[in-house]
Design a binder for this molecule. Structure first.
Ligand SMILES: [Zn+2]
Ligand SMILES: [Zn+2]
Length: 272
């Protein structure tokens, strides 16, 4: 049974509206043992829409330490962060991770060539395949250049925003990107890093988590063992979203453990 959620946002993230305490209370109601907040920090996020993803890290960190103490008899709260990679901000990313004692760091790619693929402008002038390829290339680069993280976030989340997904889900062809994805997975395994299973894919109606089953299978074949599980919830109702399906999927693929991180150290937990 999965008793921890390792990817959760509060209103410290610019796309989050719910307080930490509301998220914590829901996690307690659900019977989770551990909740790891991973609010967004994207250095130099392009000014496109209403979001900045610029986290007040000091305030966030301090508040979380207070929450940890307040709720310690009910739930274990951990201090994580979801750091957005762009090649030119890598020094800021490294400095931030050095400055704070995060329990857990997710390396995510949200910006490609100064565009967020969430917005249609990213897709203008390129085929869907080119748009998706660019994302995998950037993830590969992030895993090679940035090393101070624990897991690579939502590897194939870009498919959510591919133009055809808006009509009918674009079931992207894994074999078209297999070489690149293998390189990402090999780099992660070689460097002792993991991947996350992000259950928001189910929430978006994709029928699978991020990354999809073929990638989870391949990660295991290549020797990968470190998998954290997160809902990417921005609302209380989405905490631990469809974790039963995630447990079943991982179990069917032969995984027997998932991973929690505390003070950057991996702790293996039994899946069933
Ligand atoms: Zn993300
Ligand atoms: Zn997130």
């Amino acid at each position: 049974m999965i008793t921890s959620d390792y990817h959760v946002h509060s209103n410290f993230s610019s796309d989050g509206k719910v307080s930490m305490e509301d998220m914590i209370n829901q996690a307690i109601r659900l019977g989770l043992k551990t909740l790891c907040f991973t609010d967004h920090m994207d250095f130099d996020y392009p000014q496109i829409g209403d979001y900045s993803f610029d986290l007040d890290v000091k305030k966030y960190y301090t508040k979380l330490q207070m929450m940890k103490e307040k709720y310690k008899s009910q739930i274990e709260l951990l201090t994580g962060i979801e750091l957005g990679y762009q090649p030119h901000v890598i020094d800021s990313m490294n400095a931030l991770v050095k400055e704070y004692n995060f329990d857990f760091v997710i390396n995510s790619v949200h910006v490609l060539d100064n565009y967020d693929p969430y917005y249609p402008t990213y897709w203008e002038g390129k085929t869907e395949e080119e748009g998706i390829l660019k994302c995998f290339e950037t993830i590969k680069e992030s895993c090679e250049n940035f090393t101070d993280f624990n897991v690579c976030g939502h590897i194939d989340y870009i498919v959510r925003y591919a133009p055809s997904t808006k009509v009918k889900y674009h079931e992207y062809s894994y074999p078209n990107y297999a070489d690149l994805i293998d390189e990402i997975l090999r780099t992660l395994i070689y460097n002792g890093k993991g991947i996350e299973v992000n259950s928001s894919g189910y929430k978006y109606g994709l029928g699978h988590p991020h990354p999809k089953t073929e990638i989870l299978k391949r990660y295991k074949e290549l020797g990968g063992e470190i998998i954290t599980i997160g809902s990417d919830a921005h609302l209380p109702d989405h905490i631990a979203y469809n974790f039963e399906a995630v447990a079943e999927l991982l179990n069917n693929l032969g995984y027997r453990y998932y991973t929690n991180f505390k003070a950057g150290k991996a702790i293996m937990e039994r899946l069933v």
